[in-house]
Design a protein around this ligand. Structure first.
Ligand code: CDP
Length: 229
């Protein structure tokens, strides 16, 4: 067996997505950013004035009109397309970060996205990151990682990412958003953010990006050896 499923879960801003994307590239696996899917649904609700604070019929009906795909852009990077439009940049905007966790609590939203994620990953050869990948989407994933980092490190990293895209936000505002999302994500009734019993914890507070990628690649190598022996 040489194409496994790798599940990377953890808190916001711990480096899951950047690590997962690079690991997938090195292994020639497919990278699936499930957070991008929840963000794209949030963008659709905001742009179409769909109320999402409470579960309602309008929200459930709107889900049928939302088509999500990952497609490569001109550089070959997989980008989130919402109903045929590349929304990769728009979904990273603070306006989406401010609303995505209340959207992600709803059962019908999660059901739609989890079904799509299972289809995308069923053949293996994937690195999928999110909040419930090792616990709900792929409890059978061969390698599960749970990433953490200190709040200061997470906020500083997120600030740099936002700045690179031209969004200036204070550390305090970023910290508030990360803490609020952690709270909602970890305490929701359906598929809360938690470490799978068989996940390995990586604290990235003191690690460089290169350290994180090489550690995960080493873990994959070990797992593949173990599976083939
Ligand atoms: O990149 P960042 O860590 O800020 O977050 P993200 O991975 O883009 O996820 C955004 C939000 O989507 C999370 O705060 C969760 O509310 C939700 N999410 C989820 O509920 N389940 C997932 N598998 C992935 C994301």
């Amino acid at each position: 067996m040489n194409t496994i499923k790798i599940a990377i879960d953890g808190y916001a801003g711990t480096g899951k997505s950047t690590t997962a994307r690079m690991v997938a590239k090195k292994l020639d696996y497919t990278y699936i950013d499930t957070g991008a899917m929840y963000r794209a649904v949030t963008l659709y609700f905001l742009d179409h004035n769909i109320p999402f604070e409470e579960l309602n019929e309008q929200l459930i009906g709107a889900l049928a009109d939302i088509r999500l795909n990952f497609k490569p852009n001109e550089n070959g990077d997989l980008c989130m397309f919402l109903n045929g439009k590349n929304v990769a940049n728009e979904i990273r905007h603070p306006r989406i970060s401010a609303h995505v966790s209340p959207v992600a609590v709803h059962g019908p939203v999660r059901e739609k996205l989890v079904n799509e994620q299972r289809i995308m990953g069923k053949e293996g050869g994937i690195v999928m990151d999110g909040r419930d990948i090792g616990t709900v989407v792929f409890p059978d994933a061969e390698l599960k990682i749970f990433m953490t980092a200190s709040m200061d490190v997470r906020a500083a990293r997120r600030q740099a990412e936002l700045e690179a895209k031209g969004n200036i936000m204070s550390l305090e505002a970023i910290r508030d958003n990360l803490a609020e999302r952690d709270h909602i994500d970890a305490n929701r009734a359906i598929a809360p953010l938690k470490k799978a019993a068989d996940a390995v914890v990586i604290d990235t507070s003191e690690m460089t990006f290169e350290d994180q990628v090489s550690l995960v690649c080493k873990m994959v190598e070990n797992k593949l050896k173990q599976l083939s022996s």
